[in-house]
Design a protein around this ligand. Structure first.
Ligand code: AMP
Ligand code: MG
Length: 524
């Protein structure tokens, strides 16, 4: 199979003329600049003489048009017959006749307007028409400076690149919308980082992730052009997105409002799905919110161990906890309000946006509860079941049960006594027994038998999620050049509901009760 390129990004977005020289090659990046008069800048990836492909997503590569590599021992082994692919993801050659592109966008970070941000270390190298006949953009993250690099160096470390690669594939296999990971490249060029933001700077191995999505368009794109009063660029970007991603909205009476409504609904659905798997994004700034409602920009994220709605994996967000688990829905709505401000100049009146935002407030608690109702193997939509969930979550917090393990265990539980833990107080046990009885009553009300419940719940409650302490082990070993644990973790994450998979490394085991939390900052 041959590659089919999609050149429309170059034709339809405005490229900053200052970013190319007279022969069409990207200018060297000498300084950071404000880009309010174009959508994108042409950029050149850094050449890394020592770079090495360390992981390649064989299935995704085939989906994008690569011929499969039957000899690859692992689904993410770096073996490939496609020198094209290696050349593209290492930045050795351009994907097509055009240079890579870094995009202009802005955003609100931790509730504050941050002005221009942009792709400071990401660049889109091209787009391919895949087996589903849709177009997918390929983006390198960590391939060097761009005009948006601000104070950063444009590079990324191996640990954060592994974390992005693993989690994005994990969410994909859990059925949660996400950007995907195609390849991981070790650059051979060390990067200096203050990992814990404590003034201690150390050299770490550098890496590049090649990630894939129909489009890396963020809420912050619209915020930027609206804030600059660049209405023509705002409109052409919105029209580009309508045509490519929201053809139904393009036909509506008020296309931009229809776009907003669709994005609002999909964003709430996405975040509800996060809640259902205990995923905390950690940095829900508006520049990290995808217009396509995919999970994007994996940084200090985490899958909850013990259920704690106040938890955030991001130590840079403690003690405030703006992005803690419990807040993710409200934050999504706040971010949607910023997107509304970004789209406002195209519509000129606020009432339609306000209506959608009021609708979002109203439906969020139900959407969130319904995800858990499904996890219990019950049909969605009834208030009694939503109430059952709320009391369960209150109890889970007190009982400090492991989020993933608890739902997996009750999927096949017959007798509530069998789950009781030694350290539970008598009152916790009483509440648990009473809750179970209510649950069984609701199951009986719907005519859900134990067999139905078990069958359904074992497809809705994962056995395997990439917990932060697992990732620590994988990263440590990979840093020493050994990718064994990485491949084994990827193996189980590709089939997260499977009860039969062997688990020699204990990926399904909850974190020991007294083990310390993994400390994660935004340093990456
Ligand atoms: P993030 O928190 O990773 O989503 O990044 C927020 C903003 O900072 C984005 O505009 C990034 O492009 C930029 N950024 C983060 N790390 C770097 C880096 N090492 N070099 C340049 N820009 C960066
Ligand atoms: Mg980001």
């Amino acid at each position: 199979m041959a590659w089919i390129f999609d050149h429309s990004w170059y034709a339809q977005l405005r490229i900053d003329p200052a970013s190319v020289d007279t022969s069409g090659n990207p200018q060297r990046v000498d300084e950071v600049r404000t880009v309010a008069h174009a959508h994108v800048c042409a950029v050149q990836p850094t050449a890394f003489p020592q770079s090495q492909l360390v992981a390649l997503n064989q299935d995704l590569a085939a989906f994008l048009g690569a011929s499969t590599t039957p000899s690859a021992p692992h689904k993410h082994g770096p073996e490939t017959v496609h020198s094209d692919l290696v050349n593209w993801v290492t930045g050795a050659t351009w994907m097509d006749a055009h240079p890579p592109l870094a995009m202009a966008y802005a955003g609100h970070q931790f509730g504050q307007w941050a002005g221009q941000l942009g792709d400071g270390r990401a660049m889109q190298i091209g787009a391919l028409i895949a087996q589903d006949r849709q177009s997918y953009a390929l983006q390198l993250k960590g391939a060097g400076p761009t005009p948006f690099s601000r104070r950063g160096d444009g590079y990324a470390v191996l640990r954060s690149s592994i974390r992005e690669y693993v989690a994005s594939e994990a969410l994909f296999h859990l059925g949660v919308p996400t950007t995907r990971a195609l390849a991981l490249v070790s650059t051979g060029q060390p990067v200096a980082r203050d990992r814990y933001y404590n003034g201690h700077v150390a050299w770490e191995p550098g890496a590049v992730v090649c990630r894939v999505s129909p489009g890396f368009i963020r809420f912050g794109h619209f915020e930027w052009f609206a804030a600059q009063g660049a209405d023509d660029l705002l409109r052409s970007l919105a029209d580009f997105c309508l045509e490519r991603y929201f053809p139904d909205c393009a036909q509506a009476d008020e296309p931009y409002l229809a776009l907003f409504q669709t994005v609002a609904e999909r964003t709430l659905n996405l975040v509800a799905q996060w809640q259902g798997i205990g995923f905390v994004h950690g940095v829900m700034n508006t520049d990290n919110m995808s217009l396509l409602s995919e999970t994007i920009d994996y940084g200090p994220y985490g899958f909850m161990d013990q259920y704690n709605p106040h938890w955030t994996p991001n130590t840079s967000d403690r003690p405030q906890g703006r992005y803690r688990q419990q807040q993710q829905g409200q934050v999504a709505i706040w971010n949607l309000m910023q997107l509304a401000n970004g789209l406002f100049p195209l519509v000129g009146q606020a009432a339609g946006f306000e209506q959608v935002l009021a609708w979002a407030q109203e439906v969020w608690p139900q959407k969130e509860a319904d995800v858990f109702v499904r996890k219990l193997g019950l049909p969605e939509g009834a208030d009694q079941d939503r109430a059952l969930i709320r009391s369960l979550l209150v109890w889970m917090e007190q009982a400090q049960v492991d989020f993933t393990d608890f739902f997996r265990q009750i999927s096949s539980l017959h007798r509530p006594e069998d789950l009781v833990q030694e350290h539970w107080s008598p009152s916790l046990i009483d509440q648990w027994m009473a809750w179970w009885k209510d649950y069984m009553d609701r199951a009986a009300y719907w005519g859900v038998t134990h067999e139905d419940r078990q069958r359904v719940m074992l497809t809705r409650n994962p056995r395997f999620v990439p917990r932060n302490h697992h990732l620590e082990r994988v990263i440590q070993q990979a840093t020493e050049g050994n990718w064994h644990l990485f491949h084994d973790l990827m193996r189980v994450l590709a089939d997260p509901m499977n009860s039969e998979l062997e688990d020699p490394y204990g990926w399904a085991q909850p974190k020991p009760f007294d083990a310390a939390d993994t400390a994660l900052s935004c340093s990456s």
